[in-house]
Write a new protein. Structure first.
Length: 198
């Protein structure tokens, strides 16, 4: 009798565990799908804000030494209007995800949109503010973008003013932009499209 009571408890607990695990798997699957749809929607809206003249964005995943970079060709009819790059990298607190939009020859930034970041509230998370992001418009991406602290950079210097008390977040953001775009510009496939510019 004692054996059957133990067996019954094992069966009940095992059943509860299986049902709970299956329920969690279903909830996780539904949640991941929703999160991914929301991220893609934010990315599409960001691309359209940065390049409103484009009629369509053609996505292409490019493999960079095992790291996939999502590249969007902004086109209007058959005309290339620019490029959008979905870039990710480490921040001061956690990862940072952005869209960087550039001109067709990948020489100048049209702007950036911050998709995700968990930088320090009131400091590093100021990268979301339009007043900070506006500084990137027109900067050259075929040379390094740098920052200076506590003053507005000279026109044509290819520098931005760092976020107050958030120089690490600023540095990490610039590393994501500089490093990724440099790699993209030197990919054989991209160089062929933009005319072999270095």
């Amino acid at each position: 009798m004692k054996m059957s009571e133990t067996l019954r408890m094992v069966i009940v607990l095992t059943s509860i565990s299986i049902i709970s695990g299956a329920s969690l798997a279903v909830v996780d699957s539904v949640t991941k799908t929703r999160v991914n749809l929301n991220k893609q929607s934010a990315l599409n809206k960001g691309l359209k804000r940065l390049m409103p003249e484009a009629g369509n964005f053609k996505k292409e995943d490019i493999n960079n030494n095992g790291k996939i970079i999502a590249v969007y060709r902004a086109v209007k009819g058959n005309t290339l209007m620019g490029w959008g790059f979905h870039l990710k990298g480490p921040g001061f607190s956690d990862k940072i995800e952005i869209i960087a939009a550039v001109n067709p020859k990948i020489t100048r930034l049209l702007g950036i949109e911050v998709l995700e970041q968990k930088e320090t509230p009131g400091l590093g998370d100021n990268m979301k503010k339009e007043s900070f992001r506006e500084q990137f418009k027109g900067l050259f991406v075929n040379r390094k973008i740098e920052f200076i602290k506590n003053r507005i950079p000279e026109k044509g210097s290819n520098k931005i003013q760092a976020m107050a008390a958030a120089t690490y977040s600023t540095r990490y953001l610039l590393d994501i932009i500089n490093d990724n775009i440099k790699k993209i510009r030197h990919m054989k496939k991209i160089r062929h499209i933009i005319g072999g510019e270095k």
